[in-house]
Design a protein around this ligand. Structure first.
Ligand code: GUN
Length: 635
């Protein structure tokens, strides 16, 4: 079972547990060929600190000695490895060498008998050159075999590969079919030929078609992906497991793996990514070694840099910089860059999984950074939620925001600011990701003026894009005596942006007091009729206090902003305990990761306020772990 501990968009750091054995994800399972062990499972555990590996049950079964030993000792003793052992079924051998003399049930049963932790069914490898009909058959037969295997697998953990060749509708169908079987583990299969020929953008389409149709709470494995170059973009799409024989296969040909490339040993004078096994001081010596010795060293180096890349990715997920990291990594090869561009085509779908904000500022790594889902979010929410009537709309450049301060309070106008993220109303300039985002001079911007203007209510459009005029007598009709309260305008716009259209009408209906920091002048706390309802964070968003939650609960229709828990959970939540996945009955589909939420019971009685780490589709499919951190409970 997978518990998601940290997440950044679809990428996640998880704890996967099977048969009492645990591994942290994203994880690499090195392939162990029981006939030719290069790095022993013991060394994998002791020196490389790996908690999972994959081996092939077909290879074990067809060799009498191995078979009998594995059956007698059990797989873990047989391989001398007490971590998670996944077994593959022989499908890959059929892709390599043609039809095998193997019954689908027989190989599943064998995997069970030898005590495999994750058993792979005998799927049909859907080759990239398959016709639609062939791919359709592969999907159908794979599904039927998985259904059959489920009948006699009892409580064993079954891996059900997603097939469908290059046909995305088939990949989607395959994912939906396999998902309907409620298996425990989902590899994406049939991609090795694409990986080998750098067809990464097709892999993006395949992974997205599959991933978005598999329950979020289930682990996803990209079968045969073992080169670290593809890890970052795969993790960004929510892949949890990789497996690799590349570290030994490449080493056999004297090829040295780096996180961004592969080089022949003979080409190297310097070592761009050194390891304890290979650095520039011994490289000439290694070149002179005999073949077997060299092979051992390069294999270890290859494995070392492969694992290190996962560590960097985990760090990026943890600190919320996985987009930045993947964008950087995808610049190492034109095919990867293409794949990244392909991924941005899914930004609308990715937006559902996108964090409300991050601790780390948004770093621009190139024009494509502005295609990230967090940028699309700004546009969507302005269009849906920024709904105020003003006489005019004045459009300005972001470098001129200081200059408008002398007018802004006296003109009944929207001030729409041209930023790299598109056109943003002045009141929303201080939220993530707009705030504190270092942008290089002259960076591109998202052109969405017409879209935004169409959604805003005003009578007259005025452009001050070229310059801010010194004399504003031309617009004196829009001037007003009474100064506008900019802080009030801002908290209204942020509240509506964050909690939904019109939320500000209820939240600020009464005597509103805005408390600012004495040191920085930043808005900190909001009181309504002497009650503390909201606090403003450094990311420009609000933290909901219990009294604010009560107002939203009373006024927002049922399910809006709600996380609905069952009775069993309610008892604990009323004592202040956090909300766990298994007890969630439903959730507002508009909630996004890191949004504030109202925790209620099935009768919509308010229990408390907190922050959700997951959206609805995630929360309802996770089986384990905390979903909402309860901050305050009703007393
Ligand atoms: N190893 C690499 N690709 C595949 C695949 O599609 N199916 C199985 N079972 N193993 C694989």
């Amino acid at each position: 079972m997978l518990e998601v501990l940290h997440r950044d968009g679809l990428s996640r750091i998880g704890r996967y547990e099977v048969n009492g054995r645990k591994v942290e994800t994203p994880a690499l399972m090195p392939v162990i060929n029981p006939n030719i062990i290069v790095i022993s499972p013991e060394e994998l555990k002791e020196k490389f600190h790996l908690d999972a590996l994959i081996t092939n049950s077909y290879i074990i079964k067809k060799d009498q000695v191995l078979r009998e030993k594995a059956l007698k000792e059990g797989l873990h003793k047989f391989l001398n490895f007490d971590g998670i052992i996944m077994t593959d079924s022989g499908t890959f051998q059929s892709h390599m060498y043609g039809d095998l003399d193997l019954e689908p049930d027989e190989i599943v049963k064998f995997q069970k008998d030898i005590g495999s932790d994750i058993i792979t069914i005998l799927d049909i490898f859907s080759e990239p050159e398959f016709s639609y009909e062939e791919a359709q058959d592969a999907v159908k037969i794979t599904y039927e075999r998985a259904k059959e295997a489920k009948k006699f697998a009892e409580n064993a953990t079954l891996a059900g590969p997603i097939q469908g060749s290059l046909f995305l509708d088939l990949r989607e169908r395959s994912a939906k079919l396999m998902n309907s079987l409620d298996l425990d583990y989902y590899p994406i299969g049939g991609v090795v030929p694409l990986l080998e020929s750098y067809r990464y953008s097709e892999i993006v389409d395949i992974v997205m078609a599959s991933k978005l149709n598999i329950d979020f709470g289930k682990p996803v494995h990209l079968f045969g992906a073992g080169h670290p170059m593809v890890f970052a973009i795969s993790a960004l799409m929510g892949v949890d497991f990789f497996d690799s024989s590349s570290y030994v296969k490449y080493a056999r040909d004297d090829r040295v793996i780096f996180p961004d490339s592969t080089r022949y040993l003979s080409e190297l004078k310097y070592v761009p990514y050194p390891s304890p096994y290979l650095d520039r001081y011994d490289i000439e010596d290694i070149k002179k070694m005999d073949r077997e010795e060299r092979f051992g060293i390069i294999s270890r180096h290859n494995l070392h840099v492969t694992i290190e890349e996962l560590e960097r990715i985990k760090n990026a997920i943890y600190e919320g910089t996985v987009w930045e990291y993947a964008e950087e990594r995808c610049r190492s090869h034109p095919s990867l860059y293409n794949a990244l561009k392909e991924l941005y085509k899914y930004k609308e779908k990715l937006e559902r999984f996108e964090n409300l904000s991050r601790v780390h500022p948004f770093y621009y790594t190139g024009p494509e950074s502005l295609q990230r889902p967090s940028v699309l979010r700004i546009e969507k929410r302005i269009i849906d939620r920024y709904k105020y009537k003003r006489k005019s709309c004045i459009v300005i450049n972001d470098k001129d925001t200081d200059k408008i301060m002398k007018y802004i309070k006296n003109i009944d106008s929207h001030f729409l600011v041209k930023t790299p993220f598109g056109y943003v109303p002045y009141e929303l300039l201080f939220i993530y990701p707009i705030i504190q985002s270092p942008m290089p001079a002259g960076s591109e911007y998202v052109e969405n003026l017409n879209k935004i203007l169409d959604s805003i209510d005003f009578d007259v459009l005025i452009s001050w894009l070229k310059e801010i005029p010194d004399d504003i007598s031309g617009i004196k009709n829009y001037l007003q005596e009474k100064e506008r309260d900019l802080d009030m305008l801002r908290i209204r716009a942020v509240a509506d942006y964050q909690f939904g259209k019109g939320a500000s009408n209820f939240l600020f209906n009464g005597d509103v007091k805005i408390i600012k920091s004495k040191n920085t002048g930043m808005i900190r706390n909001i009181f309504l009729d002497q009650k503390h309802i909201l606090s403003m964070r450094n990311d420009g968003f609000f933290t909901l206090k219990m009294d604010g939650g009560k107002i939203l609960h009373k006024n927002l229709e049922f399910k809006k902003l709600r996380t609905i828990v069952n009775r069993e959970s309610e008892e604990f939540n009323r004592k202040g305990k956090n909300v766990f996945a298994r007890f969630i009955v439903d959730m507002d589909p508009e909630l996004r990761p890191f949004d504030e939420t109202l925790v209620v019971n099935e009768n919509d009685e308010l229990i408390g306020v907190g922050r959700t780490f997951f959206n609805r589709e995630e929360a309802l499919t996770l089986r384990k772990g905390m979903v909402v951190e309860l901050r305050e409970i009703i007393t």
